[in-house]
Ligand binder design. Structure first.
Ligand SMILES: Nc1ncnc2c1ncn2[C@@H]1O[C@H](COP(=O)(O)OP(=O)(O)OP(=O)(O)O)[C@@H](O)[C@H]1O
Ligand SMILES: [Mg+2]
Length: 257
């Protein structure tokens, strides 16, 4: 099997010479770094408090914690859906607070985003849903078709390409959403409860798919309540409680796992 081309352009997204340069620690520059991040919503809710977090190129990380702990807020900061009240959010070396508003769409294209409720266009086919992500960014027509076919092949949905989302199973809908997230060849995929609407077996399939995509070199951050999956996979787990990072280590969902 040949290496999917989806890997190579991901690494080429940022052609700046310092992209892969090692820092003084010998560790490659993180894809994402939060430094002293606090988030207070306008109603006074402190959703994040003094969060420091760094994700290296190619990492696969779970973000866990009770409801209201700040997981979705943290993900929203990464796509600049929200701005931090204090501290800095650095994506690919850039402080997101300094990115001009008109550059935000370009920045989001470096990130693939997957939600619990899939957010597919119901009246468009699987292929059109994935293609739409490229059409809105003005990708030349001739490049869209092969890119969509590649993304659908990675998620194993080639045969369903012409179906409408309401005719798909939940797992197939989430795979469509993952293909849409992949089609830009992002360096980072963030997923907010990607298996929240799926039964356990299908949840495993989705996790296996995200692991395969990670093996292609894409950094992955998943917010989840799925303790079984987190515990079984023995990956890096960042746990939030009341907006603070209370644990950051390889292991299970609970502290005493
Ligand atoms: N737009 C908002 N305005 C005000 N408060 C908010 C807003 N969004 C989130 N919050 C509050 O911030 C806190 C963190 O919410 P967040 O959605 O980040 O938690 P979560 O860890 O994703 O929870 P869940 O597991 O239920 O998805 C909660 O107290 C929530 O009520
Ligand atoms: Mg949430």
């Amino acid at each position: 099997m040949t290496t999917p081309t989806i890997l190579r352009p991901a690494a080429a997204l940022d052609p700046s010479p310092d992209h892969a340069a090692a820092g003084t620690s010998g560790v490659a520059r993180p894809v994402v770094a939060l430094r002293g991040v606090g988030k207070v919503y306008p109603n006074g809710t402190a959703a994040l408090r003094d969060v420091d977090l760094s994700l290296g190129e190619g990492e696969f990380v779970f973000l866990v914690g009770p409801s209201g702990a700040g997981k979705s807020t943290l993900l929203k900061l990464l796509i600049r859906d929200e701005l931090p009240t204090t501290g800095e959010v650095i994506l690919d070396g850039r402080d997101l607070a300094r990115v001009p508003r008109r550059k935000v769409p370009e920045l989001r294209r470096k990130i693939g985003i997957v939600f619990q409720d899939f957010k597919l266009l119901p009246a468009r086919s699987v292929r059109e849903n994935v293609a739409f992500a490229l059409e809105v960014t003005g990708t030349p027509r001739g490049r869209i078709r092969p890119a969509v076919d590649r993304a659908l092949a990675v998620v194993g949905l080639g045969a369903q390409a012409d179906q409408l989302p309401p005719t798909l199973s939940g797992g197939e809908q989430q795979r469509t959403a993952i293909a849409r997230a992949l089609v830009h060849e992002p360096r980072l995929i963030i997923a907010d409860e990607p298996t929240g609407n799926l039964d356990p077996l299908i949840s495993w399939e989705i996790l296996q798919l995200l692991l395969r995509i990670n093996e292609l070199g894409v950094t992955i951050l998943i917010a989840t309540h799925n303790a079984g999956v987190v515990t079984a996979l023995r990956r890096r787990v960042v746990a939030l409680e009341e907006g603070r990072v209370v644990r950051d280590e390889v292991g299970g969902y609970h502290r005493d796992d």
